[in-house]
Design a protein around this ligand. Structure first.
Ligand SMILES: [Zn+2]
Length: 180
């Protein structure tokens, strides 16, 4: 009877001592896996930082910002053209005619990528006066001064008659931004 009790006690002890051993078997691989993940994440973050510090990346971001400013400027011109059309019944013959009644500053005619004096000289944008019956998606102003990616053709930023501004590769076909 005593032997049987001892045996039961031994079995119970064995059962109690097993789970910790099983747990300890998984702890080491988990720690190694966590360390590997941490190393991978650190290397990835370091790689991203290195790319962000390169001149190419900075140049790309700078060019994209200048192109975005040009688009905002074209929207300002679009609003002025619209005001001119409402008050005079037609678009002006040239962009210069918007100043000073419809645009208070001539600097709006100068693309941010154009290094010339913003307050004198001809506008940076090529302008085509749209006919009254011209389609709403006909191109009114074009800017070809933005080379976003080095050694690639510049992009073409266009203002459409309906006031939308779209951007395409310069050599590509004129694209209506509403058909994205
Ligand atoms: Zn521009």
């Amino acid at each position: 009877m005593l032997m049987e009790e001892n045996q039961n006690l031994d079995e119970t002890r064995e059962c109690q001592s097993k789970p910790p051993r099983r747990r300890s078997r998984w702890v080491l691989p988990l720690v190694i896996l966590s360390i590997l993940l941490l190393v991978c994440l650190t290397l990835f973050a370091a790689g991203v930082l290195v790319v962000m510090r390169t001149d190419t990346f900075k140049g790309l971001m700078g060019q994209a910002q200048v192109a975005a400013k040009c688009q905002v400027q074209l929207q300002t011109i679009s609003a002025a053209l619209h005001r001119h059309e409402i008050s005079r019944g037609e678009y002006p013959q040239s962009l210069d005619m918007l100043y000073p009644d419809y645009l208070p500053s001539r600097s709006a005619f100068r693309c941010p990528a154009d290094p010339r004096d913003p307050n004198s000289g001809p506008p940076s944008y090529s302008y085509t006066k749209p006919a009254k019956e011209a389609s709403e998606t006909s191109v009114v102003c074009v800017c070809d001064r933005h080379r976003i990616v080095k050694d690639q053709p510049p992009v073409r930023i266009m203002l459409l008659k309906n006031g939308e501004v779209s951007m395409t590769p310069a050599a590509g076909p004129v694209r209506d931004s509403r058909h994205k």
